[in-house]
Design a protein around this ligand. Structure first.
Ligand SMILES: *[C@@H]1O[C@H](CO)[C@@H](O)[C@H](O)[C@H]1NC(C)=O
Ligand SMILES: *[C@@H]1O[C@H](CO)[C@@H](O)[C@H](O)[C@H]1NC(C)=O
Ligand SMILES: *[C@@H]1O[C@H](CO)[C@@H](O)[C@H](O)[C@H]1NC(C)=O
Ligand SMILES: *[C@@H]1O[C@H](CO)[C@@H](O)[C@H](O)[C@H]1NC(C)=O
Ligand SMILES: CC(=O)N[C@H]1CO[C@H](CO)[C@@H](O)[C@@H]1O
Ligand SMILES: [Cu+2]
Length: 572
């Protein structure tokens, strides 16, 4: 590890390292924005494959990151953003939707055209890279992707404009996605060490759909681009001049001048517009809803009683469709749902959210952040060739008895003397300590994830997929936590004797293979993690044991950036 690339100075103020306004000065009140006046934008679609003589072949894309302005609402001035696109003119927030084909590789050369200074206040006391020539370090991770680790967007494989500086694990300008995995919804986003929260807040994320027409067409789900749409949902605050607002004063400014444990914005944005509307026909639609918030959970429901039919959770189809009236989506989770507007009793439907923030014990939503978007539904009933099949795709059941190992993953939050959080660690270790989770390729493992904090942490594991087996509350939490704070050893602290409290059932729409799950506070969540493809193969179609390896982390970006992330190193 080339430590020269990092700097960790505790005494440096954050002023001067970014180009924004002073704290809270001129905050824009979102209640001034009229809802449902901007139409839901359709993001540009890029094909991740070529078609030669009717036969699909590997596709090469070049997608840049540009600084530009973006209009988040009719009545909000232009905001400076960082946006993905094939050119500065066509770059959008969120970025273009990449459509890839199963079995056909997509090679993406991600290029950085960002300025020398960030548009948001990052915190120099977190282990953020400091490129010698300045610039904004970025690296792109395809979330839910099964690909070699050199293309995984490792946090230290960052690069700046024109690759003028690169991080210690950077090896190539082009990421290769084999797309050999099961079809489903993925997304791409920045993953640079300790800068992920600010780079995403600035706009660096987009949707990626992996399609397998020969398998999916027989299902007859809504599939044309008009009726199959990604909805990328996120929250932002703004200053009156339109700039994205992020508090530049930390909650422990003497320790971390800027870092706060959770970012919440008060405007709810879908596909780049605050509270948009979409005119829909009276028929079925498929929405791939991606939660791209830093820390806001969403509990979605329709105010007119319409329901959702879940066909997949995260990147993998469920065995059969599951109906819900309301569902909870943590940051970076993906809900893949069918909504049948023909069932609507009214001519419009508001998609709403009532998840407290921070989830689960924080503030309640209000009239403003409790609304997401509006669907204006055509009057006339339409012929609808789509349907919802009884069965979707059957993937292997979790074979717990064949698990190779049991691991205990403990989530810790540390506090300053004033009781404010300072940082979060997994297993009491920082990201830079050597890998301790070293599963064998082709194996499955049982992980007991022990949440010793007050927050619900969405855990995301790269490369692998997992099934949630059980979520159970700890008894004698104080005694157990005291022991863990002293020994950091779940077995010596007899976790088995403590994990005997209330059981929380896993919602049916989340019982399939997932890549993110919400780790409830004060609970042990047992998951079966699969380090092999979701088919009969025991090996990935690439060398999964190569450097730099993978990571697993909390997907509250503010936590991930303050070290709630650990290396994951597969061995053969
Ligand atoms: C910014 O954060 C500081 C420290 O937590 C807090 O005192 C201040 O009120 C916040 N500013 C705004 C506008 O929320
Ligand atoms: C596409 O990208 C791959 C990986 O970088 C490279 O090997 C290949 O030559 C490229 N193909 C074309 C047509 O540029
Ligand atoms: C999005 O994810 C964040 C962070 O995990 C979470 O707090 C928020 O509730 C989620 N929102 C939605 C709409 O799912
Ligand atoms: C895979 O990569 C590892 C680590 O670089 C190396 O030791 C091993 O020989 C490689 N395996 C194959 C089959 O190439
Ligand atoms: C074991 C443990 O750490 N429990 C904590 C879980 O969260 C609650 C609050 O929700 C804390 O009070 C417990 O200490
Ligand atoms: Cu977290």
């Amino acid at each position: 590890m080339e430590m020269a690339f990092f700097f960790l100075v505790l005494c440096l103020g954050v002023k001067g390292v970014w180009g924004g306004a002073a704290d809270g000065e001129g905050l824009f009140r979102p209640s001034k924005l009229e809802m449902f006046v901007d139409e839901l934008p359709e993001m540009p679609r890029l094909r991740g494959y070529k078609v030669r003589n009717g036969v699909p072949a590997a596709g090469n894309l070049t997608i840049g990151m540009y600084e530009k302005t973006w209009k988040f609402h009719r009545d909000l001035p232009h905001s400076r953003v960082f946006a993905f696109g094939t050119s500065k003119e066509t770059a959008t927030v969120p970025g273009p939707t990449i459509e890839a084909l199963q079995g056909v590789p997509t090679h993406v050369t991600w290029t950085n055209h960002l300025p020398s200074r960030h548009i948001l206040p990052w915190d120099p006391t977190l282990p953020a890279p400091r490129p010698p020539a300045g610039g904004v370090p970025t690296v792109v991770h395809l979330h839910g992707g099964v690909h070699p680790s050199h293309s995984d967007g490792h946090s230290l494989a960052w690069f700046t404009s024109s690759f003028s500086s690169t991080g210690p694990t950077w090896s190539r300008p082009t990421s290769s996605y084999p797309n050999s995995q099961t079809p489903g919804s993925l997304w791409y986003h920045d993953h640079a060490m300790a800068l992920t929260r600010v780079n995403l807040l600035a706009g660096l994320f987009g949707a990626y759909s992996l399609l397998a027409p020969h398998l999916e067409s027989p299902l007859r789900l809504p599939s044309s681009p008009r009726f199959d749409l990604p909805l990328v949902v996120f929250d932002r605050s703004f200053l009156s001049d339109g700039s994205i607002y992020m508090n530049s004063t930390g909650n422990n400014p003497k320790i971390h001048p800027q870092w706060q444990p959770e970012y919440f914005g008060d405007a709810i944005i879908v596909n780049g517009k605050a509270w948009p509307f979409l005119a829909v026909r009276r028929r079925r639609y498929r929405f791939r809803i991606i939660n791209a918030s830093n820390a806001r959970f969403f509990r979605f429901f329709f105010t007119n009683g319409l329901h959702f039919v879940h066909v997949a959770s995260d990147s993998v189809y469920l065995p059969r469709p599951v109906t819900s009236k309301k569902f909870l989506l943590a940051p970076s989770e993906i809900a893949d749902v069918i909504v049948d507007f023909a069932q609507s009793p009214t001519d419009s439907a508001i998609l709403a959210n009532d998840a407290p923030y921070p989830y689960p014990s924080g503030d309640l939503t209000d009239e403003i952040n409790g609304r997401v978007m509006k669907f204006v539904i055509g009057r006339r009933r339409e012929a609808d060739p789509s349907r919802i099949p009884k069965r979707l795709f059957k993937y292997p059941a979790p074979a717990v008895h064949r698990a190779a190992t049991t691991r205990y993953i403990s989530m810790y939050e540390y506090e300053s003397t004033t009781g404010e959080p300072t940082h979060l660690y997994l297993n009491g270790m920082s990201f830079l300590q050597p890998a301790t989770e070293t599963p064998r390729e082709g194996s499955s493992e049982v992980w007991h994830v022990i949440n010793l904090t007050d927050d619900n942490h969405p855990l995301h594991i790269h490369l692998a997929v997992f099934v949630v087996l059980e979520q159970r509350e700890l008894v004698d939490q104080d005694g157990f936590k005291n022991c863990m704070m002293r020994l950091n050893d779940a077995i010596k602290c007899r976790v088995g004797d403590h994990a005997r409290g209330r059981r929380y059932s896993v919602p049916r729409y989340e019982r399939g293979w997932k890549n993110v799950f919400k780790m409830r506070p004060g609970c042990v969540t047992r998951i079966l993690v699969r380090f092999k493809p979701l088919g009969p193969e025991t090996k990935f179609p690439f060398n999964a044991t190569e450097e730099p390896g993978y990571v697993y982390h909390c997907h509250i970006l503010d936590h991930e950036d303050n070290e709630m992330m650990r290396p994951l190193k597969l061995i053969s």
